[in-house]
Each structure stands twice: as C-alpha cells, then as structure tokens.
Design a protein around this ligand. Structure first.
Ligand code: ZN
Ligand code: ZN
Ligand code: ZN
Ligand code: ZN
Length: 250
C-alpha cells in the first residue's frame, strides 16, 4: 500500500517525490515525523530518501481530542493541535518542561500535538505518544497507562527516566504502563527501550535467546518473569510472534 503525502494541508509535508510504502522490517527505526526511535516492524518507508514514518505518522490530523486518559487527567477533553515543533506560550506557567512530551517525558524534536490548559500550562506530545493516549493503550500496546511515581520503574529502577525533565509534576507527566498488581510499572520510554534492545538481538535463525542489559541493579526477584511477559507483548505488538523466549538479565 503506497501513500503519497502532498498538498498544502498535508501534515507532515513531504517532498513531492516521496512515495511511502507500507513495509515490514525486523529492526528498530526512527520516525522522521516525531523523531522517536521505535520498534514497530510495520512502517511507511520512502526508498527514494530513506525516510521512515510510523503508520500513525504518515498523515497527521490537524486536531485531536483526548480524554479521559489515565486518572481522568483529560476529563475536560482538551483539543490538541498539531505543530511542526513543540509550543510554549509567552505566558507559559510550565516553561521548564513544556517542550517535553507529557506522555513519555522525552524532549520533542519535531512534530507535536499541543494544548494549553486554563492555567496556562503548555502540554505537548509526540504524535506517536498522542496515539497511545488517544486509544488509552488497548489497540497499540495492550497495557494500561497510568500516571504517578510512587513506585520505581522495573526497567530503569528510577521514578523518572534520566533523560526526562526533572521539573514535570509527579502526578501528571511521564506516564508508565501498569504491570502486575499495580505496583510494578515500566515507563513508556523504558518499555520502548527494552523492546528495541530485545529486537536488536534477533537474528535470522531460530535463536530466541535474548540477553538484556537492564540498568536496574537490585531487586531481581520476579523481575525476570515480569519482563519476559512484557517483552513477549512488545514483540507481538511489533509484529513478531514468539512461543518461546530465553531471557537472561545481566
Ligand atoms: Zn522521500
Ligand atoms: Zn512517528
Ligand atoms: Zn513522547
Ligand atoms: Zn524507567
């Protein structure tokens, strides 16, 4: 299936020679629209310029309405508008973290969905993260999203990933997936990092032995089985179905 993205209203714009085709690869890629490294094996690719895009990023809606979101944080159903860079108003009340993605916490390098709250807080999201928030997980990643930082992430061992802004509020910014029993969680960002690390170790033969270098140094109990389950889900979402994975944590 080919997609050509042209015309003044087509966001994001592409050079008129771009012809994106839906393809499948067993390798991570970086989407040129949201500039997020990703593990989805299905993606649009233009062979002419070598550009990859998420399926959801091939053509962005001008506006999206989000709600209610985890903990009903979007209970007012705010409308987010797409811009080619994250927005921060002059009267912004959250200048220090406004240009970081509300969902994954990472800096936004290109396209962003933006809304400003009645308290003049600028909310920005990567398009691929807005997609997660739109469907509240069940279609793209079959895990429940949550906010809050009471428990550390099972992958990085921290309340917040290192690259995220330390200024974002703890009850609102830098979401995670809820794992078993609620107290185990993994950051949206760390989940992607983990699945990419697993994906990069797959080879063409039947070698399903994955060695993960986790950053967390303590509390190994149960971690292996928790991660095994969620790597399986991740690889399934990526389009690689497995029955057996041998996992080593080092
Ligand atoms: Zn192209
Ligand atoms: Zn994207
Ligand atoms: Zn994000
Ligand atoms: Zn983490």
């Amino acid at each position: 299936m080919a997609a050509v993205v042209t015309g003044p209203d087509a966001k994001p714009a592409a050079s008129h020679r771009c012809r994106f085709e839906l393809k499948k690869y067993n390798a991570a890629f970086k989407c040129e629209v949201c500039r997020v490294k990703s593990y989805d094996t299905g993606r649009y690719r233009c062979d002419h310029c070598g550009e990859d895009r998420h399926i959801g990023c091939i053509r962005l809606a001008d506006e999206i309405e989000l709600g209610p979101g985890p903990n009903n944080i979007f209970s007012t159903s705010p409308v987010f508008t797409v811009f080619d860079n994250p927005r921060r108003g002059r009267n912004s009340e959250n200048k220090k973290w406004a240009k970081n993605c509300l969902v994954c916490g990472m800096p936004i390098r290109h396209y962003s969905y933006h809304a400003q709250t009645t308290e003049n807080k600028d909310l920005n999201m990567h398009p691929c993260c807005a997609e997660l928030a739109t469907f509240n997980t069940n279609s793209r990643v079959p895990l429940e999203l949550q906010t809050g930082e009471r428990h550390s992430c099972v992958w990085c061992g921290k309340k917040r990933p290192e690259e995220a802004s330390k200024y974002g509020p703890t009850d609102f910014y830098c979401w995670s997936y809820r794992l078993t029993e609620g107290k185990n969680r993994i950051h949206v960002h760390c989940y992607t990092e983990m699945v990419i690390e697993a994906l990069e170790q797959l080879d063409d033969d039947d070698n399903r032995h994955i060695v993960l270098k986790r950053r967390r140094s303590s509390d190994r109990n149960d971690l292996e089985s928790i991660l095994r389950e969620f790597i399986n889900i991740g690889l399934n979402v990526a389009g690689i179905g497995f029955t057996d994975i041998f996992l080593d944590l080092v």
